[in-house]
Design a protein around this ligand. Structure first.
Ligand SMILES: Nc1ncnc2c1ncn2[C@@H]1O[C@H](COP(=O)(O)OP(=O)(O)OP(=O)(O)O)[C@@H](O)[C@H]1O
Ligand SMILES: O=P(O)(O)OC[C@H]1O[C@H](OP(=O)(O)OP(=O)(O)O)[C@H](O)[C@@H]1O
Length: 236
């Protein structure tokens, strides 16, 4: 298949989303395997045959590269995009990286959620978390963490957590129970608004090719629904 991204710079998230994105990208002519030797390859900038350039960045940084126009397009989780409002065009749900942002707490120590009750919540998502609790009239103390958030209630650092849940295995193994879903998450294609005008032809071709690939990809549809508890279609 002809390369679909000539002249475009793509910001791609290292880690689990990249793994899931690789087959989809290959189907639209963006084949990292042509120049990239896999996870042990430490290069962060790859020039693909056909003229596309790929920046391999930390997932949370993808929107920054696209917002500043350093990359024309990127792939980012809906969680990352929702945490910080940005001036980005978001034309496509790629269906990969499916999980949910949820409140959890110790199964044996439920926290009463009432106005006036003091509550400490550990999370990587301070803004989404604060907005969600405030919408219920609760003003928690947010304890920002960058990983292993489930340790919060186990160690007494926090009463509850707000974190991503996929299979639920991390919660189970740490004796936590899911209380409420805040947001269903999948990865999105994001585009720098000016690139959409200046590089309209390759960007619209890329979006169309990805849309076609997704339409014929049954595994992607399964992937999205797998992050949702049975019977919970729609947003949280
Ligand atoms: N358990 C999960 N299942 C599915 N998707 C997830 C899961 N955890 C995170 N994601 C999605 O992947 C994105 C990146 O996750 P995260 O920041 O944990 O990076 P990572 O893939 O572990 O890579 P790294 O930590 O090496 O940078 C999240 O913003 C979210 O959209
Ligand atoms: O429901 P599960 O399938 O168990 O997945 C959920 C876990 O995956 C993510 O963690 P990650 O592996 O990115 O590590 P981190 O806690 O260091 O961010 C997330 O933060 C949860 O801890």
């Amino acid at each position: 298949m002809a390369p679909r991204a000539d002249g475009l710079t793509l910001a791609l998230p290292k880690g689990r989303i990249l793994k899931q994105a690789l087959p989809l990208l290959r189907r639209v002519g963006i084949d990292l395997a042509a120049v990239w030797e896999g996870e042990h390859d430490r290069r962060l900038l790859l020039d693909l045959p056909g003229g596309a350039r790929v920046l391999l960045v930390k997932p949370v940084d993808v929107p920054t590269y696209v917002e500043h126009g350093v990359a024309d397009v990127g792939v980012a989780g809906a969680d990352t995009l929702a945490e910080e409002a940005r001036d980005l065009y978001e034309p496509l749900d790629l269906g990969i990286g499916a999980c949910r942002l949820a409140i959890a707490e110790p199964a044996a120590r439920p926290t009463p959620l009432r106005r006036g009750v003091s509550l400490r919540v550990a999370t990587k998502y301070p803004r989404l978390t604060l907005n969600h609790y405030r919408s219920k009239g609760i003003q928690p103390e947010i304890i920002p963490l960058f990983g292993s958030v489930e340790l919060g209630p186990i160690t007494g650092l926090s009463d509850q957590i707000v974190d991503l849940v996929e299979s639920g295995e991390t919660l189970r193994q740490n004796n936590l129970r899911e209380v409420e879903t805040i947001l269903y998450v999948t990865s999105r294609l994001i585009v720098h608004p000016a690139s959409l005008k200046l590089k309209q032809a390759p960007i619209t071709a890329l979006i169309a090719a990805l849309r076609d690939a997704l339409a014929t990809d049954g595994s992607t549809a399964r992937n999205v629904s797998s992050a949702r508890p049975t019977g919970s279609e729609g947003t949280a």
